[in-house]
Every structure is written in C-alpha cells, then in structure tokens.
Design a protein around this ligand. Structure first.
Ligand code: ADP
Ligand code: ZN
Length: 211
C-alpha cells in the first residue's frame, strides 16, 4: 500500500494459527502508524481477557493499549471521526457482522487492520475471516512452528477435551502443529473418552466451565 491518495480507506487482514505472530504483527503496524503521528484506535473482543482487559498482549509479551468490545457494531459507536487507523485483534470472535463494519470503516476512509485465526480447532475456516480475506486490499498469512516436529505450522491444535468452538485458553490448552502432526480428532476423541467415564451431571459441569 505504498501509493494511497486522497484519504482512501482500505482493509488489511493478518491470519494464521495461534502463536504465528498475528498480534506481534498487528502491534508492529499500529506502532509504526503512531510513530507517523496518525490517530490510532485499537479494539479487541472482551472474550479474550487472557492477559489484560485494556491491552492487546502477544505471546512474546509485546503490548499495546486497546478498548474492549462485545460486538462488532461497537467499533463504529466508539470511533473518533479523526481516527485514521483502526486495529482489531481476535477478529474471529466478532462474527459475520465484522465484515459489514470493516467495510463501512474502510469506505469512510479509514485504514482497517484486522488480525484473527483463519481456521478453528478442527481446521475449518473460521467465520468471518474467510470473507474478510476475500474483500481485503492486502492479506498476510503467517505460520507458527510445529511443536511436534519444527516444521512450519498452519494449524491450532486443541489439547484439552472440548467440542465447543470457542475455548479461550492460556498456556497448555493449544499448540501450533503442521499439516502432518495436526490431529483434528484429538479434541473429539479426548472428550468422548473422558465423557464416557463421567456421570451426566459431571459432563454438564465440565462443559459449563469450558473444560
Ligand atoms: P498470535 O497472535 O498469532 O497467537 P503472538 O503474536 O501472540 O501470536 O505470539 C507470537 C510469539 O509466540 C512468537 O514471537 C514467539 O515468541 C512465541 N511462540 C510460542 N510458541 C510458538 C510457536 N510454536 N511458533 C512460533 N512462535 C511461538
Ligand atoms: Zn509437525
């Protein structure tokens, strides 16, 4: 995006599995915009409070202040008309409405940068990231390092027993895996095994705590 004239807005999307450096890359772009004295606003869904309620923090410890939102439409409500650059982390938690909101913001002349997981714990495309990839001006796909074999990793492997789409987890619940080492059945098999040994009440309790 070297030559952009007349305050034209656009959408940049950063995708990849967990640990691929999406937050680091988002923070890097936002810091550079701040160094260029542009007005920046940063949002993340409130669901991801792993590290901080008021900051995006990467797995390597880089941080940048951010506003929590519970749905995509809050971005437009909270936006200052003078804001030039909008950063959004964990876009996969904001659902399909994020597509329309990002489009509106870009059409208003804003540079919109969205980071998020492009696939879920089963390796399926994670709404709304595939649509955002299709409508973006610029896309970046990052890879992590497979924790099994050291190859480039495209997948987020869930290590705990759960079949819920969203299980927000810190250390130990997920790891990066390459195509060969990724096992989509692991979460499923594990929950089948552990559930078969539980009473129905234990099963319900385990589900409501997200374990
Ligand atoms: P994401 O937002 O994609 O989850 P982050 O930007 O939060 O990624 O973290 C990236 C950092 O995570 C890397 O710079 C590295 O320090 C660390 N890291 C931990 N595990 C891995 C891994 N398996 N592959 C690559 N980086 C890893
Ligand atoms: Zn591997």
């Amino acid at each position: 995006m070297d030559i952009v004239k007349h305050n034209m807005g656009w959408i940049e999307v950063i995708v990849g599995p967990m640990f691929s450096g999406k937050s680091e890359e988002l923070i890097r772009r936002l810091r550079r915009a701040e160094i260029a004295r542009q007005r920046v606003q940063i949002f993340k869904p409130a669901i991801d409070e792993r590290y901080s309620a008021t900051e995006i923090v990467s797995h390597s410890g880089l941080g940048i202040r951010s506003d929590n939102i519970s749905k995509a439409s809050e971005i437009l409500e909270k936006i200052d008309p003078r804001t030039e650059v909008i950063g959004i982390d964990e876009g996969q938690f904001l659902g399909e409405p994020l597509v329309e909101e990002a489009t509106k913001l870009a059409n208003m002349g804003k540079r919109v940068i969205i980071a998020g997981l492009d696939t879920d714990y089963l390796g399926r495309p994670f709404v709304p990231m595939p649509t955002l990839l299709a409508i973006a001006e610029e896309i970046t796909k990052l890879l992590a390092i497979c924790m099994r074999c050291g190859n480039p990793a495209v997948h987020t492997q869930r290590l705990v027993a759960s079949e819920d789409l969203i299980v927000v987890g810190a250390g130990g619940m997920y790891e990066a895996r390459c195509r060969r080492c990724f096992d989509a059945n692991l979460a499923h098999e594990k929950s089948m095994q552990s559930e078969s040994k539980q009473t129905p009440a234990q099963r319900l309790a385990a589900r409501s705590t997200g374990s």
